[in-house]
Design a protein around this ligand. Sequence first.
Ligand SMILES: O=c1ccn([C@@H]2O[C@H](COP(=O)(O)O)[C@@H](O)[C@H]2O)c(=O)[nH]1
Length: 230
Amino acid sequence: MKRPVFIALDFPDAKTTRLFLNDFLKMADKPAIKIGMELFFAEGPEFVRELRSQGFTIFLDLKLYDIPTTVGHAVASIAKLNVQYLTVHAAGGTKMLRQAVANKGEEMKLLAVTQLTSFSEAEMRATQLTSSTMTENVIHLAELAYQSGIDGTISAPLEAGLIQQKTNASFLRVTPGIRLTGDSTDDQMRITTPEKARELGATGLVVGRSITKSNDPVAVYQRVLLEWSN
Ligand SMILES: O=c1ccn([C@@H]2O[C@H](COP(=O)(O)O)[C@@H](O)[C@H]2O)c(=O)[nH]1
């Protein structure tokens, strides 16, 4: 899957998720899916195995952030699930990131979260006691991740082009904070449309509520694909 669009399955349980995925299961080209903390903490690894066995490409978005040894061991456990993508926090630092890379195996790609797309510049500065700009922060964390052997970043689309310049073209730039024109922004602060994300240099998208809360999720997913690939 070269330029994946991950549907964020932010659902409370397996039953709701299975119901949502029913129509997508019939598709010849199944969508890539993202399992976050809500679903993983409710249903655990067994449900991840179930979805893997149905042929979905899986991005496990657990945003690991702990001491290097703990993260290394967690990554080794997760690698056994044969998921294709996993997130860690770039802010965990070089030692933590390198330990994650050392334990990830051959198949799984590690994506480092830079600054959450729910952060505005003001909130980031207040939380992290920094006078640097959002862009400076994101680029710093992306470079740290790149130098530590991580496969790519999670950032807002607005930062994707600069990340490419500071790393290389094959370093992945996966971007949440995606909304179709007119959609509610919810708790996201740094958003763009799929089309704009493509123009800005994203290599993959994460789309949740625009699809999952719509009356016709398959149609909205297909609209996202169209905007993304045009
Ligand atoms: O910086 C980040 C990192 C992860 N996410 C995750 O992406 C989806 C976005 O959902 P929407 O409904 O499209 O807003 C969600 O699962 C987050 O946990 C992010 O938004 N920003």
